[in-house]
Design a protein around this ligand. Structure first.
Ligand code: HEM
Ligand code: 2DC
Length: 470
């Protein structure tokens, strides 16, 4: 017999006690480990209430994820990040595709899909992203020469932020910001810093309502507003710039003009809607890919033999495709496996969530429509019942040997999955190709890095790597 919702094991009702325990465990930074621990305590399904207003059922099994996503309905809805909607309401700015819901979300998303995530756009994106990749490599070579030691030892995160922002901007605006140069626009650097601050200040507001923090004038709310203001101002500048150029242009150019200009010319979304979503794309395109690349370099440094294997695959692909990058990307399955493996062990998103649109049965419990159900992505990636030897970094597991059914979910699933997925994947693949072709990646002995939660999962200490020319 199916058991009722109320019998799901877990931390029911006492939201205040939960929140207090959470605090004691430094929960704001440990959400991923707390979820893991809860699965160990309660089994593959548990409920969690904090604040009373935010109650969810947590699941971990791929088979259960399949049930969840079949019940997501026509207008899939994630956990609402109140800090983000509060800012927009406060400043009277429109929601973009990230924050919209229902019919409005769907209308916008359908049009954005064609310009941002359709396979057809790859041929437009690849030359732009390849240029940025080549410039990154040239920049590293220069740093190596300047060091006078034939190597460069550094925390690459700032360089990767710039690489990621340059990449996503080149696709969005069809032109370069110039972040691979020695002297960069201080406004661009400020944009990068604002995104980091925006994520960091969001996580406490998952548990303490932003409206309250705003009323008492809390620093975290003020910092959050300052961060989004910086993000919107910089994005506005970029958008205005393209808008002006478009109005001055006469004859139709044959060159691909970028996502923003394409959307403006298409004329199917209002300018305000376009601005809102392009701002979200620009902001969503920095920390996500750069941190995933940093984790990947870290894993390659820890596994020198695997690094050689990947290098060999890239060399063969280069020859076979005769330098055609679009073709080359079809010949690097192990590099793609490495990226999936990175997102398994170091996912950007600790969980995926949906408010389910219909009643479902999971682990023999009845869950009514409207419930917030969370898939613990970090916990699933490390579960020995789901992945054979989960602690091992094995890109080849994605080639054939193991089943992949609802296991590769780093970008989410279905019509509400990551809109930037195609850009992210292509940008990261091209980056790894160029890095493997040019440098050996090494790390210091005894460097053990773990994840910490600042809305997205980040390395808990600087990752110092050494790059040596081949
Ligand atoms: C949504 C992951 C890069 C823009 C999401 C979601 C995840 C995710 C898990 C939620 C999906 C769901 O609920 O099913 C990632 C990862 C990235 C990445 C792992 C890189 C490694 C990017 C980039 C952009 C971007 C580069 C922008 C160019 C967005 C947007 C949404 C989203 C706009 C909201 C889509 C919607 O609600 O319709 N991402 N992302 N992401 N991401 Fe990404
Ligand atoms: C954070 O409990 C933990 O891709 C919460 O590019 C549940 C939750 C809800 C939404 C998730 C968020 C988590 C992590 C960061 C995500 C976000 C949806 C989109 C966002 C996964 C798991 C991200 C990083 C976007 C951000 C774009 C934005 C900056 C404009």
């Amino acid at each position: 017999v199916v058991r009722p919702f109320s019998e799901i094991p877990g931390l029911w009702k006492n939201g205040v006690v939960n929140l207090y325990n959470f605090w004691k465990l430094d929960g704001f930074r440990n959400l991923h480990r707390i979820m893991l621990q809860n699965f160990n305590t309660f089994g593959p399904i548990y409920s969690f209430a904090s604040q009373g207003y935010y109650e969810s059922v947590n699941i971990i099994k791929p088979e259960d994820a399949a049930i969840l996503f079949k019940a997501e309905g026509h207008y899939p809805k994630r956990l609402k990040v109140e800090a983000w909607t509060s800012y927009r309401d406060y400043r009277n700015r429109k929601y973009g595709v990230l924050l919209k819901n229902g019919e409005d979300w769907r209308n916008n998303r359908v049009i954005l899909n064609k310009e941002v995530i359709s396979l057809k756009m790859l041929e437009n994106f690849v030359p732009l992203l390849d240029d940025v990749g080549q410039d990154f490599v040239a920049r590293v070579h220069k740093k190596i020469i300047r060091s006078g030691q034939n190597k460069w030892t550094t925390d690459l995160s700032q360089e990767l932020f710039k690489y990621a922002l340059e990449s996503v901007s080149s696709v969005l605006y069809g032109e370069r910001l110039g972040l691979m140069l020695d002297y960069i626009d201080p406004e661009a650097q400020r944009f990068i810093d604002c995104i980091t601050l925006m994520f960091k200040t969001t996580s406490p507001m998952l548990y303490i309502p932003p409206a309250l923090l705003r009323q008492v004038g809390a620093k975290v709310w003020r910092d959050h507003v300052e961060a989004w203001d910086g993000i919107f101002n910089q994005a506005d500048r970029c958008i205005q710039n393209i808008y002006r150029q478009l109005r001055q242009e006469t004859g139709a150019s044959t060159e691909y003009p970028g996502v923003l200009a394409s959307l403006l010319l298409l004329d199917k979304l209002s300018i305000e809607d376009i601005k809102a979503s392009v701002t979200e794309l620009m902001a969503g395109g920095v920390d996500t890919t750069s941190i995933t690349l940093l984790w990947t370099l870290y894993e390659l440094a820890r596994h020198p033999n695997l690094q050689e294997e990947l290098r060999a695959e890239v060399a063969v692909a280069r020859t076979a495709s005769q330098g055609n990058m679009l073709d080359m990307l079809k010949r690097i399955p192990l590099v793609k496996g490495a990226l999936k493996e990175t997102l398994r062990l170091h996912p950007v998103a600790v969980s995926l969530q949906r408010y389910i649109a219909e009643d479902i049965i999971i682990q023999n419990y009845h869950i009514p429509a409207g419930t917030l159900v969370q898939l613990g992505l970090y916990a699933m990636g490390r579960d020995p019942k789901v992945f054979f030897r989960p602690e091992q970094y094995l890109p080849s597991r994605w080639l054939r040997t193991e089943t992949q059914y609802f296991r590769s979910l780093g970008f989410g699933f279905g019509p509400r999955q990551c809109l930037g997925r195609r850009i992210a994947e292509t940008e990261m693949q091209i980056f790894l190709i160029h890095m493997l072709e040019n440098f050996r990646i090494e790390k210091q002995r005894n460097l053990e890095v773990q994840s910490m939660f600042e809305l997205i999962l980040l390395p808990d200490k600087p990752i110092i790597l050494t790059l040596k020319p081949l």
